[in-house]
Design a protein around this ligand. Structure first.
Ligand code: J2J
Length: 519
């Protein structure tokens, strides 16, 4: 499918029709959904943030007032707004306000700095940047100063006015741009529609058996796809349940919140799950309300998976998902062996899975291959990236995940590795090439390659192999250089190694695989 003039590759009409006919896409928008929920769950608590407790009606009203205020500033349907807020209630107020207008949030992570935010703003031609002010010791006004956007807003300056009638978007329209982990130079943006995303989190909420009595702790950054939609806070809201915002994911912060709010379910990346399992036996806080710990974003080792129930007293749910779409869950009633050894099976019967070799031929059942997927909530193309899309999708619209998997007879997938040039640092995704391009800007760097090396705690760490030019730079200087270029701290390599040359493949390309093996 060719992209439309706005840079979005639509679902082919015959697929869209099928997804509607099967009831996956129920023709609702985020704005309409929140209205529905406010009608159904009005005075129940939607969001807890510190001492603040917003009911469904509060959230609905606040979204209406902010939508009117933002519209008053001139924000219009289809406008892009780079949103960089931490785990605070206003995150959702802003989302729903923009959704009601039909403007698109671009979901930056709290760790992003001027290089990433500047790129998101210019690439999407954003009209506004919304940031938290000083957060975690960093003043985001610093980033704002270098931007060319019409409006810079913070939670203290959100314009709320009396609600107005807004035409609003259609269910098939793009709702927002999510970020991809990326494997090439710059992060790719993922356009998700109201229809497809609402399906993905409502179906996830059903798989996770959420009810109005459920209490979800949002410990990972709210902007990430996992705590947003698997089932995440949107799934929680769709079920009339309560989302509790954790300012950070440490046991010191989260355990008291679990006790106070009687949290029933939360989501972590593997390194955090390890930290929680170490801390749980020593805590004086009552964690007995916790029924489910979801772990995803990176491979959770079987050894660690086996320790979840004994240490935390709850069920483990493995979640293998991606912001591009496809999400897999182990089910609560799966046999324990499946729960600890697999990364789950897809949400939908219409999630099509192909496991193929390097020539796109299907591999024999049960053997490892590249995972390709297509379905009712998986994108057909990245935003404004026609060249990249030619490689990232097959001709018939399957997304090339870059993950190496094998399928068990039960349909569960086991993640066995990765073919894409991406480093998965405990769930934080790093495109080696992006960091390499920054390193190449240093006058004393002749060439650089950044690869992932195994790490017992994070799964992988980033290691930069550098060929110096002239006076070799020190490691500290390279770190400072990258920080000054304004990239997120998690992208700064954990290790630097200086070499005279890179190992090459038979055809003379730099061999990342052999570099990984060096360490
Ligand atoms: C191994 N690798 C995994 C897992 C993701 C739910 C959960 C996670 C994400 C996410 C998400 C993995 N075991 N359990 O969006 O909704 C790696 C794969 C995948 C990539 C996607 C969600 N879970 N991964 O992590 O867009 O390599 O989404 O392709 O950040 O993370 O990264 P991301």
């Amino acid at each position: 499918m060719p992209p439309t003039p706005d840079g979005v590759v639509p679902y082919p009409p015959e697929f869209a029709e099928r997804y509607r006919a099967k009831g996956y896409w129920r023709g609702q928008t985020f704005g309409g959904l929140l209205r529905e929920l406010a009608g159904r769950y009005g005075e129940r608590t939607a969001i807890v943030d510190g001492d603040r407790r917003w009911t469904y009606r509060d959230l609905d009203r606040k979204a209406d007032r902010l939508a009117a205020g933002l519209y008053g500033l001139g924000i219009r349907p289809g406008d892009r707004v780079v949103l960089q807020l931490p785990n605070i209630a206003e995150f959702y107020q802003v989302c729903f306000a923009l959704y009601r207008i039909g403007a698109w949030p671009v979901f930056a992570l709290p760790a992003h700095r001027s290089a990433e935010i500047g790129y998101f703003c210019s690439f999407t031609e954003a009209v506004a940047y919304i940031h938290p002010g000083v957060h975690a010791g960093y003043d985001h006004a610093e980033i704002a100063r270098g931007l060319d956007v019409r409006h810079v807003l913070t939670p203290d300056t959100l314009p709320e006015t009396d609600p107005i009638e807004l035409p609003g978007p259609k269910p098939g329209d793009v709702a927002f741009l999510q970020l991809s982990g990326g494997s090439t130079g710059l992060p790719k943006l993922i356009p998700r529609t109201h229809d497809d995303y609402i399906y993905s989190f409502e179906a996830s909420a059903r798989i996770c058996e959420l009810t109005p009595e459920s209490v979800y702790l949002c410990a990972l950054p709210a902007a990430h796809n996992f705590p947003m939609s698997s089932p995440g806070v949107f799934g929680v809201l769709s079920a009339g349940a309560t989302a509790v915002m954790a300012p950070d994911p440490s046991p010191d912060t989260c355990f008291p919140l679990i006790e106070r709010e009687r949290v029933t379910i939360t989501a972590l990346v593997p390194p955090l799950a390890l930290v929680w399992m170490d801390a749980a036996p020593k805590t004086r806080h009552d964690l007995s309300s916790l029924r489910v710990l979801q772990v995803g974003g990176a491979k959770f080792t079987e050894e660690a998976a086996r320790r979840v129930r004994p240490t935390l007293g709850c069920t483990l749910q493995q979640v293998f998902g991606m912001a591009e779409g496809l999400v897999n869950y182990t089910r609560y009633d799966d046999p324990e062996e499946i729960i600890v050894t697999s990364q789950g099976r897809p949400i939908s019967e219409d999630d099509e899975i192909r496991i193929v070799d390097d020539e796109d031929r299907e591999v024999p059942e049960g053997t490892v291959g590249h995972l390709l997927t297509r379905g009712p909530y998986t994108i057909r193309g990245y935003y404004k990236a026609p060249e990249h899309n030619k490689n990232a999708f097959t001709e018939d619209g399957f997304y090339r995940t870059g993950d190496l998997v094998r399928r068990l007879p039960s349909g569960h997938l086991v993640v066995e590795g990765r073919a894409k040039d991406q480093i998965n640092r405990g769930g934080d995704k790093i495109a080696g090439e992006e960091v390499e391009n920054h390193l190449l800007a240093h006058p004393n760097v002749h060439d650089a390659v950044v690869v992932g090396v195994p790490d017992p705690y994070l799964g992988e760490r980033a290691c930069a192999y550098v060929i110096p030019k002239g006076e070799p730079p020190t490691r500290a200087e390279l770190r400072r250089f990258l920080r000054d270029r304004g990239i997120a701290a998690f992208k700064i390599p954990d290790r630097f190694e200086f070499v005279d040359a890179f190992p090459t493949t038979a055809v003379g390309k730099v061999s990342r695989r052999r570099l990984r093996e060096l360490s």
